[in-house]
Every structure is written in structure tokens, then in C-alpha cells.
Design a protein around this ligand. Sequence first.
Ligand code: SDX
Length: 437
Amino acid sequence: MPMPPFASKPGGNATLTYGNRSIDLPAMKGTVGPDVIDIRKLYGESGVFTYDPGFTSTASCESAITYIDGDAGVLLYRGYPIEQLAEHSDFIEVCYVLLHGDLPTPEQLKTFRYQITRHTMVHEQLNQFYRGFRRDAHPMAIMCGVAGALSAFYHDSTDINDPHQRMIASHRMIAKMPTIAAMAYKYSVGQPFIYPRNDLSYSENFLRMCFAVPAEEYKPSSVLSRAVDRIFILHADHEQNASTSTVRLAGSSGANPFACIAAGIACLWGPAHGGANEAALKMLEEIGTVDRIPEYVKMAKDKNSGFRLMGFGHRVYKNYDPRAKVMQQTCHEVLDELGIHNDPLLKVALELEKIALHDDYFVEKKLYPNIDFYSGITLKALGFPTSMFTALFALARTVGWIAQWTEMIEDPSQKIGRPRQLYVGADKRDYVPLHKR
Ligand code: SDX
């Protein structure tokens, strides 16, 4: 069923008065969520810029992909609630929804699954590329390098103006990211790379490429594969977050899709963003026991400590991150399946959450657990080293980056992103020769 062409609708008008000037600025309405004031003509008619470091009040684009209501704790992929997709869908179907806008028919899903499955192998020459890294290289360093290098291997899908090449590049990146991430893990542990298999699902393939060894058969547990698949669904897209905005900005210059995804991976690596799952687990390990929680909560409330509770807080969610609830449930499922009943980290996490959610500081600042709070415990239980946590986030977010990049390329109103600034440096002055200084 083709999706209706979505578009903004005209809103009211805003009048901006500054000095002796008044400018009428049109407002625009979306399907749901805050209206926007269209300031595109502001500088031309007033000579002033808006100022919004961190873009806390700025919409960078029109998008029909993902909607977040931070106050209500709502997350929709193409209108479908994340909780329903996590329960009823699978990651490949969610990839189709994000890329194409609607749930696929059985035939569409079968074709899409076939297409993705048959792009999971990487060019054999790419194996040599890994040999250039130190064995102890962080998997995210490898992912940045290898993702960027893909444009050196797949020249036939780098023309961003060719819809067919864009589709092939999209399928290649969604399909190959698990292979690239698994190879980064295998390289770090000195084990041989495991080739993908076409008879396995996306998450089964990923688990097997990570944990199988040539010396014996490996059959991933259906509970653990389902858990990994759900983790991928939860991380697939999230509106205009930092790494998605990076991909859009890189893409706005016409850079090839592989280079844009590499830029997104680099941005996601930061501990304030996708690196928070690794940082959150390290924090829980450092706290170690429930009796040490109060001292860390005290530090988190002390501005001068420089310490933050990793996995807590969010730019948009001022309520519980809906993904964190599903993540917590998945965490329990995985620990139960693996027979881990008294995980000390989980005990610390549950107690820390309980304390923080009743502490005035966190309540007042609306700081709730985000998706990264429980993902670390789950991924550790699944057997991934902490250094792989953000690589899994990048693997799952690749489809979101691709969907957002495609939407940007196809948006007739988009142009190269080029923010301005408030200049506070030295005014014009003459050069002073060295002997006169
Ligand atoms: C992700 O954007 C996305 O959608 C990202 C993401 C996605 O799917 O793409 O959801 C994934 O990145 C989740 C967030 C993971 N990061 C962390 O868990 C790191 C810890 N959290 C923080 O660093 C922080 O909460 C951010 C970065 C997530 C959000 O920062 P904001 O919106 O810029 O908020 P802020 O830094 O201005 O904080 C507001 C106040 C500040 O106090 P005041 O200056 O107002 O007195 O809350 C405090 C902060 O000091 N605060 C925290 C805190 N987070 C915010 N205090 C203690 N611990 C924390 N975790």
C-alpha cells in the first residue's frame, strides 16, 4: 500500500521585532508535535542570525521517518510505536519500514530479506584491510575506517544522484555492517573471520560470525537471537540525534553514502551519545556494590565533579525512554536464558535506578534511564566485550542513518548545510612584524 505523500501544512504567523524592524515569519505544522517557525528569510530581511548552540530549539529538516514525544516517552518509526515493533516485528522488517515508509506485504518482505541476505559478504580484499590495525584497536576505530573504505571497494554504488545506486549502497551497508562489526571483534580476539550464512536470520548470522569457531558447529539460541534482533530494532533510528545530523550534514555536500555513514559512526562513538552504553557498564562496574551507590549519586549531583550517571538523561526524553523499558525486559530474558540469576551489575543498576528516580535532583531535571542504561548489562551477558557495545549500536543505527540520508537527498528543499556564528574574536587589526613585537 503506497504511503501518502507527507508534507508540512501552513501554520499561523510569527512576528519578530528587533530594534526598529518587525518581520513576519510563517509557521509550519507537522502531523504531530511542535510547530516550527520558518526563519529561512530572517537573515536576508533583518541581517541577524538566530543563536542555538546544540540545536535545542532548532528543527533542521522536515522528516517523515521517526517521531519522538519526549514528555510522553513516545517513539514511533513511521507511525508504528516502538513497543509494538519490538514485540511483533523483526529487524529486517523494521529496516523495510524505515526505508520505504510502511509495513511490507509478505512478497515485499521476502524480496527485501533476500536482497539484504545476499549482500552480507564483504569484498575478500577487505580482509587485508583489517591486518593494518593493531590487535587491540577499538572496534569503533576499525568500524570508522572500514566503513569509510567501502567506497574504495564498491564504486558502482557511489553516485548519489542515481536512485538505483542509492538503493544498492543502502542494501550493502545494512547487510555488511554486521559482517564488518563481527570481523572487528574476531580480529581483536585473534580468531579467524567467520563468513555469513544465507540460511540464518540477520541476528543469528551476527551471533554466529562473532562467536562461532571453525573447530565446531555453532547454533545460536533462538532466545538470544531474538534478544539481539530486538536490541537492533530499539537502536535503529532516533530522529535528528547527533550522529544522524552528522550523516545528513556530510550527505548535504554530496559525499558518497559510505563516507557519510563513516562520519555517523565517528560521531556515535562519543560517550555522550552511542558510547554511553560502554560508559554506563564501566560506571556500574566501578560502583560495584549497592552500598556505594549514594556516593556516586552525590557526585552526579555535584557540578564540579565532572561525573554524570551514564545511561541517564536525554536531550529529548524528559520521561522514561520507551526503549529503556523494552531493554530492561530484554535484559531479564537474556539473563534468565543464560541462567545468570544474581548478576551484581543488574542489582546495582536496579537499585541505582530506584534511588535516582526518587531523588529530587533527577526528578527536577527529568533525568530518567535511557536506552544505554540496561543495554550494557545485556550485551555483556551475551558475551560481547565492552568495547563492542557501541559497534552494535552503530550496526543497528546504520539503517536509520541510511533512511535519513535518503530522505535528505530526495528533499527538494535541502541544500548544503552551512550554519553561521556569533563572532566574538578580535576585530580587524594589522600584522605586526616580528622585530616590533
Ligand atoms: C543516546 O539524541 C539522541 O536521541 C541520542 C540517542 C539515540 O538513540 O540516538 O537517544 C542515544 O545518545 C542516549 C544518551 C546517552 N548518553 C548518556 O547516557 C550520557 C549521560 N547523559 C548526559 O550526558 C546527558 O543527559 C545527555 C547528553 C544525554 C543530554 O544532555 P542535554 O540534553 O544537553 O542536557 P544537559 O547536559 O544540558 O543536562 C541538563 C541538566 C544539566 O544540569 P544543569 O546544568 O541544568 O544544572 O541535567 C544534568 C546536567 O548537568 N544532567 C545530568 C545527567 N544528564 C544531564 N546530571 C547527572 N547525570 C546525568 N546523566
